[in-house]
Design a protein around this ligand. Structure first.
Ligand SMILES: C[S@@+](CC[C@H](N)C(=O)[O-])C[C@H]1O[C@@H](n2cnc3c(N)ncnc32)[C@H](O)[C@@H]1O
Length: 258
């Protein structure tokens, strides 16, 4: 299984040569750690990930023909899980790499017709940040369902210019992965409209009921109950019901008059 994933299904992209080699060595080392065998990793591409979203085929001939073939193969592959630590450099300030804001016809268009089009803000310049492109790219790339796991700048959580993006992200998520065996799917989007401060009640509960470990890894706080294993799943259901009912009641209230 692992060998099959490694050979056939795992992809990795990097734009710069040195990190490309570091990533390649890290992946090969992880495989060696897990299996005891060295095997060259052939799923890595030296490529600009955002360019792989372009509709018209570009010449992905960076490096050599083998690299181009890998990129073309990746473009055709169904991808359902995306894990990354994407770049961010709002306002052209380089934060953590040498990747200045570039123009990408397709991703820029997708950001424009979704996150920018649905924003009430007058200034949406911040949406040109590569981390926004990375989120747009991943949401489009996984299609109808999948998992996106990013180490991310969090300005999109509360800043005004990201209101359109928040609307779309709200629509893009509808399930909670409780543990490796259980996911709760089909959560109605209106659930996320019932907010406590800058978060929905459901997000607040999810945050409170995580298993956490202190920074030295010695003390673990585990809200799971041995005496009632379904407690948290039931709680999530109750919070969803309260959120939806509250929205319904508030929407039905007559206008306030003094
Ligand atoms: C924040 S660093 C993360 C580095 C490393 N993966 C980690 O997690 O520590 C972002 C990495 O993405 C690469 N990168 C930036 N833009 C990219 C793009 N459009 N396509 C592929 N890689 C890109 C950079 O070269 C850099 O190595």
């Amino acid at each position: 299984m692992l060998r099959h994933k490694y050979r056939e299904e795992l992809n990795c992209n990097e734009l710069m040569l040195l990190p490309y080699y570091v990533a390649s060595m890290n992946i090969e080392h992880a495989f060696w750690d897990a299996t005891g065998d060295y095997e060259a990793f052939e799923g890595i591409c030296l490529v600009d990930t955002f360019e792989t979203a372009e509709k018209t085929q570009r010449a992905f001939d960076v490096f050599n023909g083998a690299n181009t073939a890998r990129v073309q193969q990746q473009r055709k592959a169904p991808i359902k899980v995306i894990v990354a630590n994407p770049p961010y450099n709002a306002g052209q300030i380089q934060e953590n790499d040498n990747n200045k804001n570039r123009k990408y016809e397709e991703i820029d268009r997708r950001v424009r017709v979704t996150y920018a089009a649905d924003s009430q803000a007058t200034l949406v310049r911040k949406l040109s940040d590569p981390y926004v492109k990375a989120i747009r790219f991943a949401a489009d790339r996984i299609g109808d369902a999948g998992v996106v796991c990013y180490v991310n700048n969090d300005s999109f959580v509360a800043e005004k210019s990201f209101d359109g993006m928040r609307k779309h992200l709200g629509k893009d998520r509808d399930s909670i992965r409780y543990n490796e065996f259980l996911s709760l799917a089909g959560i109605p989007q209106e659930t996320f409209d019932y907010r406590l401060g800058n978060r929905s009640a459901l997000e607040w509960v999810i945050d409170q009921y995580r298993v956490t470990r202190d920074e030295h890894g010695k003390i673990t706080s585990d809200p799971n109950r041995d005496d009632d294993e379904q407690y948290i799943v039931r709680l999530v259901g109750q919070v969803i019901t309260v959120s939806l009912e509250t929205r319904r009641i508030v929407a039905g209230l007559p206008p306030f008059t003094i």
